[in-house]
Structure formats: structure tokens, C-alpha cells
Design a protein around this ligand. Structure first.
Ligand code: SF4
Ligand code: SF4
Length: 147
């Protein structure tokens, strides 16, 4: 798009934001706040590294970890959810509430680390198989046949 056209649209195209208490339409696929299920979280911290707006914080401790989420910093992009292998985080379909103080909506969970899953039992050693007996030589070979 031509830069002048873009400038014209931005100057005269009207407001793209809404005044409180107006809300955007919450339809199918609306991406709201991130919800967290501590039962499914393995504490891998991938969501924290995928969140470029630092809405997710993760602190590892001895035998536990703390996962925090601040909707006030969230852009609702969904990258954290795409990266979570265990589906421990989702986005709800409601518009986030209005907040007045920074960090007011922040939630923190301290979760005990789960013990590692037991390893599958080692497979029993294979029993040695007896080699097939060598074919007995033909007592009446056909003349001219290859031996
Ligand atoms: S929410 Fe998912 S990506 Fe984030 S730490 Fe837990 S398991 Fe890992
Ligand atoms: S939706 Fe985006 S901005 Fe919000 S916590 Fe996830 S990665 Fe961060």
C-alpha cells in the first residue's frame, strides 16, 4: 500500500480501539486469558521462552516450580499454547477483565515436581537358537549337476 494512502487511512479512518465498557465480540475462536492446569504441567518452561511479552514467568526450585501469568502483559497471541506438549495451558473464550493496577490480574501456582515415570522393564535376554543343521550331502548326486 502506498505510504500516503496508509497515512490518510490512519488519520481519517476512525478509531480502532474501544472505550470502556464496550467489549469486542466474543465469538468462536476468541483468544482470551491463558488458563493453567497444574496437574498437566511438567515444568518444562517452554511456554515462558515462547512468550516474548514476558507475561509468563517460571521459577524452578528444589522439588517444585512456580508458574505465573499476568494477563496485563499478555498480547493473547497463543504462542505459549502452541508450544505446550502436555496441553496444560489453554485460552478461554472471554474478554479479559479491565484492570487498574499493574499486576492486578496476575496468578501464580507453585507446583510440586512429579517423580520421573518408571522406566520400562528391561527385555529378557534372547535365548540362543540352535543353528540349523548343515544339509546332509546327497548320497546319489545327479551327474553334471552343480554341487
Ligand atoms: S504449561 Fe506446558 S509448556 Fe509451560 S511449563 Fe507447563 S508443561 Fe511446559
Ligand atoms: S498468549 Fe502470547 S503473550 Fe500471552 S502468555 Fe501466551 S505467549 Fe505470552
Amino acid at each position: 500500500m502506498n505510504i500516503l494512502t496508509m497515512l490518510w487511512k490512519n488519520l481519517w479512518g476512525g478509531s480502532r480501539t474501544m472505550r470502556f465498557p464496550l467489549k469486542p465480540t466474543e465469538g468462536k475462536g476468541f483468544r482470551g486469558r491463558v488458563t493453567f492446569d497444574p496437574e498437566l504441567c511438567t515444568g518444562c518452561a517452554i511456554c515462558k521462552f515462547r512468550c516474548t511479552s514476558r507475561a509468563i514467568d517460571f521459577k524452578g526450585g528444589k522439588g517444585e516450580f512456580t508458574w505465573s501469568y499476568d494477563p496485563g502483559q499478555c498480547t493473547f497471541c497463543g504462542r505459549c499454547i502452541e508450544g505446550c506438549k502436555t496441553h496444560a495451558i489453554h485460552q478461554d473464550a472471554e474478554c479479559p477483565p479491565v484492570y487498574l493496577t499493574l499486576g492486578e490480574l496476575k496468578n501464580s501456582y507453585t507446583v510440586a515436581r512429579k517423580p520421573p515415570a518408571p522406566r520400562p522393564a528391561a527385555a529378557a535376554p534372547a535365548t540362543p537358537t540352535t543353528p540349523p543343521e548343515a544339509a546332509a550331502p546327497d548320497p546319489n548326486p545327479t551327474p553334471g549337476a552343480a554341487q
